[in-house]
Design a protein around this ligand. Structure first.
Ligand code: FE2
Ligand code: FE2
Length: 339
């Protein structure tokens, strides 16, 4: 009942993990020219590691992408954290608490991966807080009811998995390894969301209506998580050549829609798209595209919760200053006593 279409995706994560381990032992006859070495490693599907030379643009692209991903994990704790104290039972509360904690852990793995590229976590947090770096626009939508927690797990974590499974094969080693761990945990998040919606949609008519309303509001923003259409995507081509990105935004979006249709049937909930239909010729579902103008507006800061999310993040950062200072003072003391 868990919409186990995600099982093949998890197999892909396992196979990426096996390939990653094997690639490390493979002999590659690369020249001594730095660019040549880099190109050969990428072409052989081996991993570029922090010690290796890499083109400056590759490093910058990765810092931008990994940082944006890390920020999304941390900001993404807010919409669901909003429901921890109001979860309908102790069991639901414990599960949600664990899930939100997982997201903090994902942020940590990713900040650590970004740090291997020569940027500090402090700098990254600063860039988030002063708006130089972004986070996923999906977290600028409000969670109005308990069913939203289900819809986020099913759709938002579901879309995240579809986006992130190919990143397990990313050419940069620390990012690929972080993604393998993240994807394994995300599959649990997707299932808990599916299970919440399944319970509601098989409950009272009011509960079912609440579940449907949540899916109605989260469907299109979830489709927009895959980014602008391929025709407008600015960073794609080079990222593909560097094997950071493996599939285009539109390919991944289509994959996600195809997976959701069957799951919505099991849930007995309607996908809010009157034009959704099986396209025999293409072997995929035809669907209505999300409103990309809205996506751009939300990215630029004009979503329903942008200000609130950033204000909360800033406050949390300021409130945590004493912890950072204490940790630094303690590290300083230990260093002194080690001399
Ligand atoms: Fe996550
Ligand atoms: Fe998640």
């Amino acid at each position: 009942m868990y919409g186990n279409d995600f099982a093949p995706l998890l197999e892909q994560v396992d196979s990426a993990e096996r390939d990653l381990q094997q690639a490390a032992g493979r002999d590659v006859a690369a020249g001594t020219d730095l660019q040549d070495y880099f190109d050969t490693i990428v072409a052989a599907d081996q991993k570029i590691e922090p010690r290796d030379w890499m083109p400056e643009a590759y490093r910058k692209t990765l810092i931008r992408q990994i940082a944006q991903h890390a920020h999304s994990e941390i900001i993404g704790m807010q919409p669901e954290g909003n429901w921890i104290s109001r979860a309908p039972s102790l069991k639901r509360k414990a599960i949600l608490l664990a899930k939100v904690q997982d997201e903090a852990g994902h942020g940590l793995y990713l900040y650590a991966a970004a740090e291997t590229l020569g940027v500090s976590r402090d700098e990254l947090v600063e860039m988030l807080i002063d708006g130089r770096q972004k986070y996923s626009s999906i977290f600028n939508y409000p969670t109005l009811t308990w069913a939203d927690v289900g819809a986020i797990g099913w759709l938002v974590d579901g879309a995240a998995i579809v986006n992130q499974v190919p990143l397990c094969r990313c050419s940069y080693g620390p990012y690929a390894r972080a993604m393998i761990r993240v994807c394994k945990e995300e599959s649990f998040h997707q299932r808990q969301g599916f299970e919440i919606l399944h319970t509601l949609s098989h409950g009272t008519p009011e509960q079912k209506a609440m579940a449907q309303d949540a899916v109605d509001r989260w469907w299109y923003p979830s489709l927009a998580m895959f980014g602008p259409p391929d025709t407008d995507s600015t960073h794609s081509e080079r990222s593909m050549a560097w094997k950071i990105k493996r599939f285009s935004n539109d390919e991944l979006r289509q994959r996600f829609v195809d997976m959701c249709v069957q799951q919505a049937e099991v849930l007995d909930l309607r996908i809010p798209d009157p034009d959704l239909r099986w396209d025999e010729e293409r072997g995929h579902y035809a669907f209505t595209q999300p409103d990309y103008d809205e996506l751009m507006r939300v990215i630029k800061g004009d979503g329903p919760c942008n200000q609130e999310r950033m204000a909360h993040r800033r406050r949390a950062h300021e409130d945590g200053a004493w912890v950072r200072e204490a940790a630094q003072a303690y590290a300083g003391k230990r260093e002194k006593s080690a001399v």
